[in-house]
Design a protein around this ligand. Structure first.
Ligand code: BMA
Length: 887
């Protein structure tokens, strides 16, 4: 039986082989039957080997992969993340590298009209040879590349060779030809042995590969995304876009736009069906002409199931199958999309001009974080890692992540997860913190890059905003001679003019045009942040004047500006796209890259895993303000995490309390690309820092927020619910031994999608003579016995509290395999209790919390390895503020 006649099933895209390391995915749209059919099973590629150009020996390689990870797997280099190994591995990016493999083709496959090699991603300057003929010269890691190799291929074995030019060596040539340095301060050229020669800007490659203020410098090369062989005859679906012409609760009107590439004329049928709504289907016929053909199908859905963000409803997806049938070929394409309207509303309001996301007609406060690549070595990011980070966003009630411009346009898998979980994406194009060359070929390269990525991502309901770049506008401020980060000072006017022109071409012409042409329903915002924008090129980046403000803000007065955390309550814009504070990862993570002798925050190794110029000293300086600074290293890491969590809590709550003036709060940053001290709330290994636990409370749908503002205590209730809800506001002033000195309950109505002050009093009045250093205010929103939200307010900084010596009673019970319940109680206050199972990774339902006197807290714990009850009890370790000893 001809293997090509085997049906691939009606609803699957015709990708027939896995894309596991080293494997080739083979797609076919061919054959006479109506179903997509299989190419010959003998078609395969592999194994892959690699070498430094000119070396005699070829070593085993993994595809997708990178040179660095292949060198690691072959034992040529040690773990790049361990201690300061990074320093010894900078030679790798100065060399050229070659990968080779064998593509075995059957005569049947070769008989097709088209035999194409499709590279989903090549990093970066890659010359591809098939049977020693150069078929491609790639120069952009963000683009996919397709080459028809039929003229050079033969039945049987074909050699594939890919020559990667050193991005550093080519970058140095480009810099020399350009003539003057292009500002790009995040490029850690020194660490790369290049002195002040910053070359990253010349290459369309992830900016963070050249180092960042949270990332090491590993300028990778390699076949970083899968390679596929595609054989086809006559016609195939090039693209299928679902346009949402009008969507409301009553009716969705859609257009399915098929782009069909044909190499033969003839009649074709195009149809669309929906596997989870069988009533939905449409079909049409057309006469194909060689070249690009467009077919459109109109569909309408009465009372559609809308797509909602996390917390507001179900993120329903319609699973659609597009199908093309001609006399000689058939092809299918799957699209899962959500029906919704997303607008970025900028309209005059009581404070100036708004800047908020409106989802299905509802203004929605965006709660979330900035997102960076999960690893310095991209191909080793597993599905599990993607799931973990998106699930961690979901678990903390986030509804938006910002895919930041110094990383990558993420893999489809990431956006699929965001679609499925109701997480909106603020999508930067991949430009961050640098100016760019004004070379027409570079512009063309960018045009193609953004075209491909908009096309790839536009069916995802999660994409909310396209944003030109990260911070370039703020840093450059072309029209303000003294504005920006001082980059203009070292450049002549003529040099500045060139860079300004390049900026305008890319961010005010190429990108907005591409969005307008390919995805006109989505909003384009030229740069983040732009506090105010007149819709043309006049921008007022740091205008905190509320009358004019109509954009987004990155607030770095805390951390970079060394301002106290309380500033977070004042420096609030219409939409906060960045703010953050650093911490070290937990000890287990630090132990993965250090030796005991490194355990000092100013040791060479600890400083090397800290890339902010003001890093570890700044953490310590802030700590001194509010905490006893511990001598002990592990205690230092612990207090540092609490410091970050308490600080960012001020911002998260402060922003929400100011809704609807402020309608977005995205902290910097949710994840890490290696084990490091950084602004992340989850470390490289996926371990939640204290901040992530605090985010879960600060971003909860219902929030009670408390603040001591001078002498005044204030409580505000914030609700993201779309209906009003009754609750009881319960207030208590407690002593640290549990004595209640004052209490009050009051009925309140939590207004839908709003924030309101619900309590205000002088602190002295509440304390009524009781010692401030031994008292706390407990504020809760209750519904019967259910606590909707709770917050504790202390009247003094932690270092000035008279924390009691107390015993903690703990009882751990094993519930099932790797699952435990831990009951904790103490007669007096326990501040910021950290629960861990020494030597094990544990997921906890809460951590770093204050255990109130007499209260019993039950914590759910999960471990990957199942421990017996005695084992888990033995591993149980508790740390809290009273343990902390000054240095
Ligand atoms: C922001 C980001 C990053 C940087 C972070 C911390 O402004 O856009 O460029 O890593 O600050 O400095």
């Amino acid at each position: 039986m001809d293997p090509r006649a085997i049906s691939n099933g009606p609803h699957r895209r015709s990708v027939l082989a896995g894309t596991a390391a080293g494997a080739l995915a083979v797609a076919a749209t061919t054959g006479a039957g109506a179903q997509p059919s299989r190419p010959s099973p003998s078609t395969k590629i592999g194994p892959w080997t690699f070498r430094a150009a000119g070396d005699p020996a070829w070593l085993k390689a993994t595809v997708p992969g990178t040179v660095h990870t292949d060198l690691l797997a072959n034992g040529v280099i040690a773990d790049p993340f361990y201690r300061v190994n990074e320093r010894d591995q900078q030679w790798i990016d100065k060399k050229d590298w070659e990968y080779r493999s064998t593509l075995t083709l059957s005569a049947a496959d070769l008989a097709h009209d088209h035999v194409e090699l499709c590279f989903e991603g090549l990093d970066t300057y890659a010359d591809v040879y098939v049977n020693d003929t150069k078929v491609l010269a790639a120069d952009n890691m963000f683009r996919a590349w397709t080459v028809d190799i039929k003229p050079h291929a033969r039945a049987g074995a074909n050699s594939i060779r890919i020559y990667f030019h050193s991005p550093i060596r080519l970058g140095l040539k480009a810099l020399e030809a350009f003539g003057f340095p292009i500002p790009s301060p995040n490029d850690q050229s020194e660490a790369g042995g290049l002195g002040d020669k910053r070359v990253g800007v010349f290459t369309r490659k992830a900016g963070y590969h050249y180092g960042w203020d949270w990332g090491p410098r590993f300028v990778t090369s390699g076949i970083w995304r899968p390679v596929q062989l595609r054989v086809w005859n006559a016609a195939r679906i090039k693209d299928l876009r679902i346009e949402q012409d009008a969507v409301s609760a009553d009716l969705a009107e859609l257009t399915a736009r098929f782009e069909i590439l044909a190499s033969r004329s003839g009649p074709a049928t195009v149809e669309l069906t929906c596997s989870n709504d069988p009533a939905l289907s449409a079909r049409t016929t057309l006469a194909l002409k060689p070249g690009l053909n467009i077919a459109t199908l109109k569909l309408s859905i009465a009372r559609p199931k809308l797509w909602w963000t996390n917390g507001l409803g179900e993120p329903h997806l319609y699973r659609l199958q597009g199908r093309l049938v001609t006399a000689a070929a058939s092809d299918t394409r799957e699209v899962a999309t959500g029906l919704r309207t997303v607008k970025l509303v900028q309209k005059p309001d009581a404070y100036g001009t708004s800047f908020y996301i409106e989802l299905n007609g509802v203004p929605v406060f965006m709660k979330g974080a900035n997102y960076i690549p999960n690893d310095s070595f991209l191909p080793r990011i597993t599905s599990e890692v993607y799931r973990r980070v998106v699930q961690s966003a979901v678990d903390t009630h986030m509804n938006m992540l910002r895919v930041w411009g110094g990383g990558i346009y993420e893999n489809d898998e990431f956006y699929d997860l965001c679609d499925q979980n109701g997480i909106l994406i603020w999508q930067d194009f991949m430009f961050a913190c640098s100016m760019l060359p004004d070379d027409p070929a570079f512009f063309d390269n960018i045009r193609e890059e953004v075209t491909q990525n908009i096309r790839r991502l536009r069916n995802h309901p999660c994409i909310a905003v396209w944003c030109g770049n990260n911070e370039i506008d703020a840093a450059w401020q072309a029209r303000n001679p003294d504005g920006g980060w001082g980059w203009k000072k070292t450049l002549t006017q003529a040099q500045q003019d060139r860079l300004t022109r390049a900026y305008d071409v890319i961010f005010h012409d190429i990108l907005p045009r591409a969005v307008e042409a390919l995805d006109p329903q989505r909003f384009y915002w030229p740069s983040s942040p732009i506090a105010a924008w007149d819709g043309k090129t006049g921008v007022l980046n740091d205008d905190l004047n509320r009358e004019k403000q109509s954009g987004d803000i990155h607030y770095w007065g805390v951390w970079w500006g060394q301002k106290p955390f309380s500033e977070y309550r004042k420096a609030i814009g219409r939409f906060m796209t960045e703010y953050g504070f650093q911490s070290f990862p937990e000890f287990r993570t630090v132990a993965s890259y250090t030796q005991p002798g490194d355990h000092d925050i100013f040791s060479d190794v600890m400083k090397s895993h800290q890339r902010s110029s003001i890093g570890n000293g700044t953490i310590k300086a802030y700590m001194e303000l509010d905490y006893v600074v511990p001598k002990d290293f592990r205690q230092f890491l612990y207090v540092g995490q609490v410091l970050q969590a308490e600080g960012i809590k001020v911002a998260m709550e402060g922003h929400r309390v100011r809704m609807p003036f402020c309608m977005g709060s995205l902290f910097w940053q949710i994840n890490d690309c290696w084990p490091v001290a950084s602004w992340s709330s989850i470390d490289y290994y996926g371990r939640w820092k204290a901040q992530h636990f605090f985010a879960r409370k600060a971003f909860a749908p219902i929030l009670i927020s408390t603040v001591l503002d001078g002498d005044v205590v204030r409580a505000s209730a914030v609700s993201d619910l779309l209906q009003d809800r009754k609750a009881v506001l319960s207030l208590q002033v407690l002593d640290f031994d549990g004595t209640v000195h004052w209490q009050q309950d009051a009925a309140v109505v939590l207004k839908a999608n709003a924030s309101e002050t619900v309590f205000q009093s002088l602190a002295d009045g509440l304390l009524n003579g009781r010692p401030a250093e031994r008292s706390l205010l407990r504020v809760r929103l209750m519904d019967g016995s259910e606590t909707l939200s709770e917050n504790l307010l202390y009247f003094r900084p932690v270092k000035n509290l008279a924390l009691p010596e107390t015993r903690i009673d703990s009882r751990l019970k094993a519930l099932g395999k790797g699952e435990y319940a831990l009951a904790l109680t103490a007669p007096a206050l326990v501040k910021n209790l950290l629960v861990s199972l020494e030597g094990h990774d544990a997921t906890l339902s809460d951590n770093y919390f204050d255990l109130l006197p007499g209260e019993t807290r039950i914590i759910q714990i999960m471990t990957s390895a199942a421990l017996s009850e005695p084992e888990a009890t033995k591993a149980l370790t508790l740390m809290h503020m009273k343990h902390v000893r000054a240095g």
